[in-house]
Write a protein that binds this ligand. Structure first.
Ligand code: NDP
Length: 482
């Protein structure tokens, strides 16, 4: 048991107003590993006031380069504590330690370093609008940014928002998901440890319905940066309209991974597997719809099924484990429910389909699952399952592949597997998706933008593009007429 964790508001740790707490459960052991404060709207008021005070105080006056130095200090301390952070990430989420330690926590640190470098490189310009005078622009922070994040990549997705927000001089209130608040709290702990000015980064744990909702409603919050479910995103957009807040939304997906017959099929099988089973399929950009050319479909699915059956869930803290625990009991139930729907609607189950037991009789483990013979109208082809469940659909030619790929309310990502360079670029240009991977899947880099088309949301995470969502432009007219 990691004990009782408090809220970080204005540089100080405190219990929630009213003393309410909520448990954090390790999905691999079903044990409660911590109790965290469950913030009320009064706590949100206090966090907004603290963030505002930071903006009105030292943080607001600080030269941009110095802000970058603070961010580097936090990153350096995170690197020193990387093993501890990675273990926590695995314990509250259930993801394999190898993913936390070697992919996601290093990427979160790199993201902070990347944006630390941008802090002093974003500035306005002068514009020659008239003979005796000119216009110049200033890039100013938005103010108080609330980052509301989900449980699938708790620290990484938080950093995609916190880092550009800080670089651009905003003050941040981070609300992690109820299931996975521990690494956000550790980020807060590190910020305090290195001496980041009070109120610049506040951590509010608590429920979405109370703390999250209070942030979205609050007139003192200038921007909501949200990642999560599409329906939650729609609610946030509606509520934020009242105070006309800036919002960016990174929402769900049902991403197509398209395999043409001229692809390197072994590589495509690996790509299909990584595309859906990395992160237990709890990945917004997961390649959850496998589109395969009719002529190779049977052989391809057979190979994929064979590979899938060899993948077994294991203890997430074991460095050899590649498939961890589903993040929560309710998520496991949701995934199993979709498996039942798939079977009922006539899809053929070619691998997995059941809960898994790693030998402890505990934990929310699931077999990696592949459905063949899925038709585009089936529920498992249309709805985001958010688990290790792949739906394979066939297509007859390039046009049908594109049409089927785009036949979704979502548009987060897509994959294309072919050796034909012309076809690869043509298909990439036709796909309605924010990211297209060619002959690969699930690659991310802090310098490359990421975000959705259609109901997968708007705004971009990472890269210099994200910076634009954390600043506003002031135009100043100067008349030099004597
Ligand atoms: P949510 O969208 O509900 O949660 C994401 C974050 O928003 C959490 O911090 C949550 O808090 C918070 N939140 C919830 N309701 C509100 C609200 N009214 N106002 C402000 N903040 C709110 O996702 P869930 O965790 O409930 O997951 C449900 C489904 O969403 C999953 O099964 C999956 O399909 C999908 N999902 C998609 C993700 C993606 O990246 N595209 C990520 C996560 C989930 P709290 O945790 O306290 O509820």
């Amino acid at each position: 048991m990691l004990g009782r964790k408090q809220l970080l508001i204005g540089g100080e740790w405190r219990d929630a107003d009213g003393g309410k707490t909520q448990p954090v459960v390790n999905p691999a052991t079903e044990e409660t590993i911590a109790e965290v404060a469950s913030a009320s709207s009064a706590d949100v008021d206090a966090a907004v006031a603290a963030a505002r005070a930071a903006l009105d105080g030292a943080w607001g006056k600080m030269p941009a380069r110095e802000r970058g130095r603070w961010m580097h200090k936090i990153a350096a301390r995170m690197l020193e504590r990387i093993d501890e952070i990675s273990k926590l990430e695995t314990m509250h989420n259930g993801k394999p330690i190898t993913e936390s330690r070697h992919v996601e926590v290093p990427m979160a640190i790199e993201c902070l370093q990347y944006y630390a470098g941008w802090a002093d490189k974003i500035h306005g310009e002068t514009i020659p609008v008239k003979a005796n005078g000119f216009v110049y622009t200033l890039r100013e922070p938005l103010g108080v940014v609330a980052a509301i994040v989900p449980w699938n990549f708790p620290l990484l997705i938080a950093m995609w928002k916190v880092a550009p927000a800080l670089a651009m001089g905003n003050a941040v209130i981070l609300k992690p998901a109820s299931q996975t608040p521990l690494t956000a709290l550790m980020l807060g702990e590190i910020a305090v440890e290195v001496g980041l000015p009070a109120g610049v980064l506040n951590i509010i744990t608590g429920s979405g319905g109370t703390a999250g909702q209070a942030l979205v409603e609050h007139a003192g919050v200038n921007k909501i940066a949200f990642t999560g479910d599409t329906s939650t995103g729609k609610g946030i957009m509606r509520t934020a309209a009242e105070t006309l807040k800036h919002i960016t939304l990174e929402l769900g997906g049902k991403s197509p991974n398209i395999v043409f017959p001229d692809a390197d099929l072994d590589a495509a099988v690996r790509g299909a597997s990584v595309g859906i089973f990395y992160g237990k399929g709890e990945v917004c950009a997961a390649g959850s719809r496998l589109l395969v050319d009719k002529s190779i479909k049977d052989a391809f699915i057979a190979k994929l099924a064979e590979r899938t059956k060899k993948m077994v869930a294991g203890d997430p803290l074991d460095p050899k484990t590649r498939l961890g625990a589903i993040s929560s009991k309710s998520q496991l139930e949701r995934v199993l429910h979709y498996v039942e729907i798939g079977k009922k609607e006539g899809a053929s189950l070619v691998a997995g389909g059941s809960r898994a037991d790693i030998g402890t009789g505990k934990g929310y483990f699931m077999q990696p699952t592949v459905f063949g013979d899925v038709t585009p109208d089936m529920t498992i082809a249309r709805e985001e399952i958010f688990g290790p469940v792949l739906a394979a659909i066939d297509f007859a030619d390039v046009d049908e592949a594109i049409a089927r790929a785009n036949d979704s309310i979502y548009g987060l990502a897509a994959g294309v597997w072919t050796r034909d360079i012309k076809k690869a670029h043509y298909v990439a240009s036709k796909l309605q998706a924010g990211t297209v991977w060619v002959n690969t899947y699930n690659l991310y880099d802090t310098s490359a933008p990421f975000g959705g088309y259609k109901q997968s949301g708007f705004g971009r995470e990472m890269s210099r593009y994200a910076l634009d969502y954390y600043t506003q432009v002031k135009t100043v007219w100067v008349d030099l007429t004597q």
